[in-house]
Design a protein around this ligand. Structure first.
Ligand SMILES: Cc1cc2nc3c(=O)[nH]c(=O)nc-3n(C[C@H](O)[C@H](O)[C@H](O)COP(=O)(O)OP(=O)(O)OC[C@H]3O[C@@H](n4cnc5c(N)ncnc54)[C@H](O)[C@@H]3O)c2cc1C
Length: 463
């Protein structure tokens, strides 16, 4: 391993003077908070953290990183499960201060700062009864989420987040400002639809908004022994569900919520969750076949979208390991395999074993983008979270077992935002081989030296 690069004090002083935001180095008050990300397994110590407040700050920080030779990581919401937004002995360009969100209800668009979270986005758009597809947890960064694809409750109605991307402002590896949209730098714009943070630092994204006057949901909890029948019923219901419906099946330990009877709290349950971009009566009708299976808890209600978006927020700091398999079909054997592994969720953990329905506007979205997984009708998403490092091995093994179980029905494609570091072959599977070659050519234009390499990395095409 190469020894850490020492930062010349004059360069650091220059950075502090140049930045409207803040600079943290080890020992500074605030340094530890600034280096902490969502996944508690990631404990890295950057040499410098540049908390940028403006596009010029980002540009100065990129140039500082290049001049000093520090490896550069880019941080938005800090939700990368692989921990790509923080780097040992390097420079973190932290965008969290750049969280301004400006909705334009007249043109049905919203301009989102590169470090804004879902919460910032939803709070700025919901007063107008407007929304776009966002992540299912309010603390996730809009930047990493959208550039990687962006899967959320509203995706079957409004498409993936990146399908709603209208324009981006980027700072490139040379520290230059570049605008990308369908007319200006179209190849770069294409690459931003799934290619992640490979091409530059997005200081703002402009997204399309949609009318969302009403949001409702049905959540029914079942005991694990009923799960195979519940999942089969859900699958059949999904076949005829309108695009307003999203959601899936989640195995997890029942949380301590007021609507959960005390004897169930902490017990493993199988929940059927339907999000619905419409009135509560319609979601109740859609969920009707599930009621006949005797849920132990049922909740059907309307809810403001901003509140729905926080419903499954996890506390930060838990240890996280996840993966995903995209399925071309969900026959009974696949249901049985899913349920058998669900019953084996390692305890005591806050792990979730998720099966999301896809289809709708996701499948119907632009086939050209580097998102080969969009046509899969189902995704199995084991989402292990736990507290005690002593549980690392069995939690990680359980995730790997879920993948192995699902493999007979797997398309082989994967959404990279749903996985950690699983090797180069999985990165190619995330984009598709042909798209990967095209992305590598774009990378060679905008980042030939692979300055932005802490991500699901695309190697620049050879000159
Ligand atoms: C609790 C939780 C729930 C999640 N739920 C969902 C979900 O419902 N749907 C879904 O699709 N995904 C979900 N994710 C995954 C999430 O989309 C990805 O982890 C995404 O990368 C997070 O973006 P971030 O900005 O928060 O992450 P960060 O860790 O800050 O960034 C991750 C990477 O994204 C890039 N990046 C981030 N911001 C920028 C920017 N402004 N410019 C350039 N590059 C940037 C960088 O390469 C960085 O390494 C979830 C993650 C967590 C932890």
């Amino acid at each position: 391993m190469a020894p850490p690069i020492s930062v010349p004090p004059t360069a650091l002083t220059g950075l502090r003077e140049d930045l409207a935001g803040e600079v943290y180095v080890p020992g500074d008050p605030g340094y530890d908070e600034a280096r902490t990300i969502h996944n508690g397994m990631i404990d890295r110590r950057p040499a410098v953290i540049a908390q940028c407040a403006t596009t010029e700050d980002v540009s100065n920080a990129v140039l500082f990183g290049r001049e000093t030779g520090l490896p550069i990581a880019v941080r938005g919401g800090g939700h990368s499960v692989a921990g790509t937004s923080v780097v040992d002995d390097g420079l973190v360009i932290d965008l969290r201060r750049m969280h301004t969100v400006v909705a334009d209800p007249e043109h049905m668009t919203v301009r989102v700062g590169g470090g804004a979270t879902m919460s910032h986005l939803d709070h700025a758009t919901q007063p107008f009864h407007l929304a776009t597809t966002g992540g299912r947890v309010s603390t996730t960064g809009v930047g990493g989420f959208t550039l990687g694809g962006g899967s959320g409750w509203l995706e079957r109605k409004f498409g993936l987040a990146c399908d709603n991307l209208l324009a981006a402002e980027l700072v490139t590896a040379e520290g230059k400002h570049v605008h990308a949209d369908a007319e200006t730098n179209p190849e770069l714009f294409w690459a931003l639809h799934g290619g992640g943070g490979n091409f530059g630092v997005a200081t703002s994204l402009t997204l399309r908004l949609h009318e969302l006057p009403e949001m409702s949901f049905a959540m029914l909890f079942f005991l694990p022994e009923s799960a195979p029948e519940v999942v089969r019923t859900f699958r059949d219901l999904a076949d005829r569900a309108p695009d307003e419906a999203g959601g899936g099946i989640i195995y997890f330990p029942a949380p301590p919520e007021p609507f959960i009877p005390e004897h169930l709290v902490g017990e493993l349950v199988c929940a059927a969750l339907i999000s619905y971009a419409g009135p509560v009566a319609e979601v109740r009708d859609l969920a009707a076949p599930l009621f006949t299976l005797k849920p132990v808890v049922e909740m059907v209600t309307d809810i403001p979208y901003v509140d729905f978006q926080c419903m499954i927020d996890d506390p930060p700091g838990l240890r996280n390991y996840w993966s995903a398999e995209y399925l071309h079909a969900l026959p009974d054997d696949a249901v049985d395999a899913f349920c058998a592994r669900g019953a084996l969720i390692p305890a005591p953990t806050a792990t979730q074993h998720v099966l999301f329905m896809m289809g709708g506007a996701v499948a119907a979205g632009p086939a050209d983008y580097p998102i080969p997984w969009r046509s899969a009708p189902w995704v199995v998403h084991p989402f292990a979270t736990w507290e005690d490092p002593a549980d690392d091995e069995r939690a990680i093994q359980w995730v790997r077992d879920v993948r192995a179980d699902a493999r007979p029905w797997s398309t082989g494609d994967v959404y990279l935002n749903f996985i950690g570091a699983e090797g180069d072959a999985r990165v190619v599977a995330g984009f598709g081989a042909e798209n990967y070659r095209r992305l590598a050519a774009v990378k060679a234009v905008y980042d030939p030296d692979n300055v932005f390499r802490f991500n699901h990395n695309i190697t620049p095409a050879a000159a």
